[in-house]
Design a protein around this ligand. Sequence first.
Ligand SMILES: [Zn+2]
Length: 493
Amino acid sequence: MPTAANNADLVFRQVRLIDGLGGPSAVGDLAVTDDRIVAVGDLTELPAARQIDGTGLALAPGFVDVHTHDDRALLSDPTMGCKVSQGVTTVVTGNCGVSLAPLLAQRLVPPMDLLGDTPAQYFHDFAAYLSALDGAPPAVNALAQVGHSTLRIGVMDTLDRAATPAEIRAMRDALERALTAGAVGLSTGLFYAPAEAAPTDEVAALAAPLAEAGALHTTHMRDEGDAIHRSLEETFAIGRTAKVPVVISHHKCTGSANHGRSTETLGLIDAARQSQPVGLDQYPYIASSTVLDLTRRWDARRIIVTWSKAMPDVAGRDLDDIAAALGCDREEAARRLHPAGAIYFTMDEADVRRIMAYPHTMIGSDGLPHDSHPHPRLWGTFPRVLGHYAREVGLFSLEEAVRRMTSLPAAQFGLTDRGVLRVGAYADLVLFDPDRVIDRATFETPAEPAAGIALVMVNGRAVWQDGAPTGNRPGRAIRLGELGPKGRSVLPC
Ligand SMILES: [Zn+2]
């Protein structure tokens, strides 16, 4: 027995242990006491208060959802059924430039409405947001970032221009306070209206304190279509100038003219990785989802409305059908629905697979928990990678799929004691059926829990069991100070 433990709270017996590092799995036992894994191996002789027969099942580290918009859902829906039902035990919030804290003004502009409708739902102070999570803990662990657009809205009277030096100083002060409180990084959404006028220099200047604090930078890039090459170069330049690891969010090649360009983008990422830490994440679908933006040219085969303030009943319907019913074109229909959100079918399956097969690609759902008819990625992302892309398509082994969701994001974000099955690590665990696990959320019925996820534990306590949330809320707001170095490169064993 590879440990001094002489009894345990719980032992999983005869289970296929997928340790998260990507190497071959093996059948064995794993013991948990309190919130930690205390033994792994042949534990036949180890007595335990409770035992679970894992015959035919796999046990993996809990999945890390590196790209979420769960900032407010952690407080408003703390059992987090959409995530724990997939085996997710840790989420990273504050993505795409949008975070629930620190909002320094009493106003909101899109796409802040992805997180909440009113400023009262936001937090002025980042420390207060983390304290709120401590006081009313969610089911999952959370790492929270600061959004660049949230900062801009707080300190700038108009957003259609570059920030002045004084405004950059004010944003840096707010960012530094948030980092001290425990924010793990700064995200940008240069694609979106509140930040598209921000030049590269503004972001690089703002990102400067990240290096000293040991934080990282994630980005929804300015352009994921025709100018994606330039946006990648901009992202790398910000990382080099600020000397921080960068993560390219939800990497994709959007628009039919750009289908196939993932060969080029992955080549650029590979080249940049020779001299600086660059990471990336992806959700496993050919459609994106965000606010319904009236100012953009849409190059989408199909658009599904996910919510509408003006016409709530149309959530879930195709924009073209709504337009036909209203007797107008897509653009006019969108105007009448506004403010609203939508799903856009703009990607090519071959790009999705090529990006997923790239060994440094992490998995992030980008789920939008407040949408009335959400993109199925909110409920389906992780089981879809395991069941569809690993088992059915054979894009990689199950062990490798799990690595993308566990040790790889743990190394990227500096989680030193999660994302791996080993003695001493936190008992964030997923017990699942490798032959049955699959997403069931579809574009038509998006809020369906996945099949094949038997039991999910966070910090040693069950959060999902027998097809339902347990109601336990053992999650923790993990502070920057608890994390190790970011952006480490980890390859399959
Ligand atoms: Zn985004």
